[in-house]
Design a protein around this ligand. Structure first.
Ligand code: NAD
Length: 277
């Protein structure tokens, strides 16, 4: 079994980006908009800002109180859209309940949408056109590439159909010529479907739901899940048992998670290139 070390791959991506950015006259700039006092969001936003500055990008955070109005939020986004020095805009979710999240996200210029979740970017992914792709699914594909996992003609099973992970990763696998089965909470005989997988990507948010009997010998297993159980982070895969069967497997933490952060930085550079075209 080979451990897929997302932390190491993410570190090398950051190094590559750092070199690239050092040679650039104008540096890519990422602006994160944070509304409210969600404790986890504050931590994530701090990490994103630090990640950006560590590789020589410009990173800043616009912090707004929980009682910010929809008009004010939209004014901020519109201003960032117009600001030519800003290349990437990220609205940290969740935002307070009184705000219309979909409307705010829709307002972001698709070419600055470093999360890759704008309808325009979803369409571009669907139609295999150039555009910004969602970070976590891109991170999964990058891990497969860097660990020489051949996807062409392979049976890939994805568990989870969210817009954030399951659906886009299934689409990307299909575009990498895998034969994809997309499973969800209503899927029948999930165990059996999973056993047919040569590549299994799990993004359900259910701790340890994929057990060894669901995995065939030699499968590549990518665990996207992040769950907190008794104060510890665990994935959706029973890692200790499944690793005995898998040919390659990601740990949690240290697998897909660090890749999501690295791809966000890659996306900001890509956003800048798209805007300068
Ligand atoms: P979500 O709740 O939006 O979607 C979960 C999906 O899993 C749904 O489509 C649901 O149908 C499916 N599902 C749930 N229970 C199931 C079951 N028993 N059998 C089959 N399918 C089932 O979640 P999400 O936003 O896609 O995130 C999924 C997991 O990935 C979460 O643990 C989340 O924390 C994690 N995540 C990790 C990263 C990262 O960077 N590593 C990024 C995003 C999300």
């Amino acid at each position: 079994m080979e451990l897929i070390d997302g932390k190491a791959v993410a570190a090398s991506i950051r190094e590559e980006l750092k070199e690239e950015i050092a040679a650039m006259e104008t540096k890519p700039k990422l602006v994160v908009v944070l509304v409210g006092d969600d404790a986890a969001s504050k931590v994530y936003v701090g990490m994103k800002e630090r990640d950006a500055t560590e590789i020589g990008m410009e990173g800043s955070v616009i912090r707004k109180p929980a009682n910010t109005s929809q008009e004010e939020l939209e004014r901020i986004i519109t201003q960032l859209n117009r600001d030519e020095t800003v290349h990437g805009i990220l609205l940290q979710l969740p935002i307070p309940d009184h705000l219309d999240e979909a409307r705010a996200l829709d307002l972001i210029n698709p070419d600055k949408d470093v999360d890759g979740l704008h309808d325009v970017n979803v369409g571009r992914l669907h139609n295999k056109k150039d555009g910004l792709r969602p970070c976590t699914p891109s991170g999964v594909m990058e891990l497969l590439r860097r660990y020489d996992v051949d996807t062409s003609g392979k049976r890939a099973v994805v568990i989870g159909r969210s817009n954030l992970v399951g659906k886009p990763v299934a689409r990307m696998l299909e575009q990498a010529n895998a034969t994809v089965t997309l499973c969800h909470s209503r899927t029948k005989d999930l165990d059996q479907v999973c056993r047919g997988a040569e590549i299994l990507v799990v993004a359900a948010g259910r701790p340890n739901m994929v057990t060894a009997d669901m995995v065939s010998d030699g499968a590549v297993v990518i665990d996207v899940g992040i769950n907190r159980v008794d104060g510890k982070l665990v994935g959706d895969v029973d890692f200790e048992q499944v690793k005995l069967k898998a040919s390659k497997i990601t740990p949690v933490p240290g697998g897909v998670g660090p890749m999501t952060r690295a791809v966000l930085l890659q996306n900001c550079l890509k956003a800048m290139r798209i805007q300068n075209r």
